[in-house]
Design a protein around this ligand. Structure first.
Ligand code: ZN
Length: 292
């Protein structure tokens, strides 16, 4: 199994939020920053990819966050990402050279940079700490509808909430982020990873052609206008393997972000024992021919 080398940053964030005595969602990163005398300002950024900045002047810090996505969830994530650089050991020294300067962030862009990846994990844990997120998840139902409820509670983006959902749920589910016919990335819950005989969806692989997501992505306005559909699909179409099982496929356009979120859920895998007894039943009913 592939372990996430940056996962500790999520735990650091959860400990901080817990230590502040926060007992209800949402966690407000702007308020928490200001309570620590960190100035927080909204700022239109010229570069669309820039999510925010951490500015250092000696022992004083300020955070600027981008507003061009017009998305409160993205803004909260951007501020929490900068708090990650502020709180995580070694970050300030690594991302800002000297006592005065600034760091420009690309939150949520999975750039491969260690510090950016850690700050993203920190932001997820900060806004969606497991001790508050999991109890809410258990009440939220299933699929995209549940993720939308949780995003509303946490004031987080659908994308970030969906990723966190796969990390915290006990159900076998997967979320897929795609752009056009290409899969950008995919996250599977532990329960789904533990099922034998299914393949990982790999980055840059094509969206399977016989799925609702493939058809959905052919219409650009679906993505732009945040159209939402609930369809059914087949486990094999997405993950290969030998089991032909109907599953739920919820799809939503992520707006200006230009990507599509697919939630694959209600994946009822029969127990291995049931499958085996079914197999022996089939064998017992199959006429046997004896050759002499
Ligand atoms: Zn950063």
């Amino acid at each position: 199994m592939i372990r996430d080398p940056y996962a500790f940053a999520t735990l650091v964030a959860e400990q901080i939020v817990k230590g502040l005595g926060i007992a209800t969602l949402p966690v407000d990163p702007i308020r928490i920053a200001r309570e620590r005398e960190i100035e927080v300002v909204a700022k239109p950024m010229e570069n669309e990819g820039v999510s925010g900045m951490l500015v250092r002047y000696g022992n004083e810090f300020a955070i600027a966050y981008a507003t061009h996505h017009e998305n409160e969830g993205f803004e909260n994530f951007s501020v929490a990402h900068e708090l990650g650089h502020y709180f995580l050991p070694g970050h300030v020294e690594a991302v800002i050279a000297g006592d005065n300067g600034s760091h420009v962030s690309r939150a949520g862009y999975s750039s491969g940079d260690k510090y950016e990846a850690e700050a993203d994990r920190f932001a997820a844990g900060f806004l969606m700490p497991r001790y508050l997120f999991f109890p809410a998840l258990e009440k939220a139902g299933s699929g995209l509808a549940a993720i939308q409820i949780l995003a509303g509670l946490c004031k987080t983006s659908l994308h970030a909430t969906a990723i966190r959902y796969t990390q915290c749920t006990r159900d076998p589910i997967a979320i897929v982020i795609s752009r056009g016919g290409i899969i950008d990335h995919c996250f599977m819950s532990e329960a789904l990873k533990n099922i034998d005989g299914i393949d990982w969806l790999r980055k840059t692989e094509g969206v399977p052609r016989n799925t609702a997501t493939f058809t959905f992505n052919k219409v650009p306005t679906n993505v732009l206008h945040g159209t939402r559909i609930e369809e059914t699909s087949n486990l094999q179409h997405w993950f290969g393997g030998s089991r032909s099982i109907e599953i739920s496929e919820d799809v939503v356009g992520l707006g200006r972000y230009g990507k599509t979120l697919t939630v694959l859920h209600e994946i009822d895998i029969p127990d291995v024992e049931d499958e085996e007894s079914e197999q022996s039943l089939i064998e017992s009913l199959t006429p046997r021919f004896k050759y002499k």
